[in-house]
Ligand binder design. Structure first.
Ligand code: NAD
Length: 324
């Protein structure tokens, strides 16, 4: 259920509808970026082990708390378990370690980052492995069922490390399956979601089951150009699209704000990332204007089923076809 600016999770906790994404925020500047984002009004931070900046992001939040800008309970930290740590004992250990990195007492929302288990390699031995087991780029999966990992996340809640738990990059079948055995509610589903990849049925399935949807990469190709993603290079920018520009002009807002509002107005939370102070501020101002149903529809009709964050694109030697 969405109230202005917040959505109530199935766990009973409130999650801000607009947050700040930490992917590609350099660890050298992450503490300052986060501190300034809090000053600008951000209350949710979306992190992950894989983003390599949890400790520094946590330091930014700690400083803001120390300086009296916010209280811990006003901040919402999401973070994610990486693919190599799906085994139950390992997952619980990682959650504890990540929680210590943030240094805020608890994690608000802990997600399984991807529905695929990669071979375990202790993070002390090979930190931040991304998808690769070694420098030669070896990719090896491990036979760990999602149920085992989900049960580890439930233990993480039982031990008070995280308040709510969820999944990311999951699709309908694994969500239906998880909902047959979960003991704690599946509070959130984080997915790539923008007008080129609308996935209306997946969003409906989640919302019908009380699972709050968070959109990542709301600006479509924009974020992926930085990493020369092949599909993004060939896709026209959403910021320049006539349909988006027309709606932006009608409401005297920017195309970026239209793309965020298009999601938020449908109860889908967003977590845009920006290292630029004025963009950071404008991305937060997306709860105070309304698009018409026809405008929402015109934007949704740009759907091409075009996914940028697909391991098929960036793992050419051993594609993992998790979205097939
Ligand atoms: P994004 O859609 O937020 O786009 C970021 C890009 O847009 C950057 O190049 C930034 O400079 C630009 N930008 C930001 N605000 C702008 C504005 N107002 N006007 C013009 N340009 C603007 O991309 P993202 O980082 O891919 O996604 C957001 C967050 O989602 C990430 O930081 C991360 O936290 C999360 N994420 C999660 C997953 C996952 O697998 N769960 C994957 C990707 C991202």
């Amino acid at each position: 259920m969405a109230s202005k600016g917040y959505i109530k999770l199935a766990s009973g906790h409130q999650m801000p509808l607009v947050g700040f994404g930490l992917w590609k925020v350099p660890k050298e500047t992450a503490a300052d970026t986060v501190y300034n984002a809090i000053k600008a009004g951000y209350r949710l931070f979306d992190g992950a082990y894989d983003y390599q900046n949890e400790k520094e992001a946590g330091q930014g939040i700690q400083k803001a708390i120390k300086d009296g800008l916010v209280k811990r309970e006003e901040i919402f930290v999401t973070t994610k378990l990486w693919n190599n740590y799906h085994r139950k004992d390992v997952a619980v250990k990682m959650a504890k370690w990540q929680n210590e990195q943030w240094g805020l007492g608890y994690i608000d929302l802990y997600l399984i980052h991807f529905p695929v288990s990669l071979k375990y390699i202790p993070h002390e031995e090979r930190p931040y492995p991304a998808w690769w087991l070694d420098d030669a780029g070896t990719i090896e999966t491990e036979r760990v069922p999602i149920r085992e990992t989900w049960e580890a996340l439930e233990q993480v809640v039982d031990e008070g490390i995280a308040k709510s738990i969820g999944v990311s990059n999951f699709q309908a079948q694994s969500i239906y399956d998880l909902l047959t055995y979960n003991r704690h509610p599946l509070s959130s589903l984080q997915i790539e979601h923008h007008p080129y990849l609308v996935q209306p049925e997946l969003v409906k399935l989640a919302q019908e089951n009380g699972v709050a949807v968070t959109a990542y990469s709301s600006f479509g190709p924009q974020s992926f150009l930085e990493i020369q993603n092949k599909r993004a290079v060939d896709a026209p920018l959403l910021f320049d699209h006539n349909v988006v520009k027309k709606v932006a002009e009608a409401h005297k807002v920017t195309p970026a704000q239209v793309l965020l509002r298009w999601a938020v107005q449908r109860g889908v939370a967003v977590i845009p990332k920006s290292n630029n102070q004025s963009r950071l501020a404008q991305n937060l101002e997306v709860v105070d204007f309304d698009l018409s149903p026809a405008e929402i529809e015109s934007i949704s009709s740009l759907d091409k089923g075009l996914r940028f964050n697909d391991p098929i694109v960036y793992l050419p030697n051993k594609p993992l076809r998790i979205f097939a």
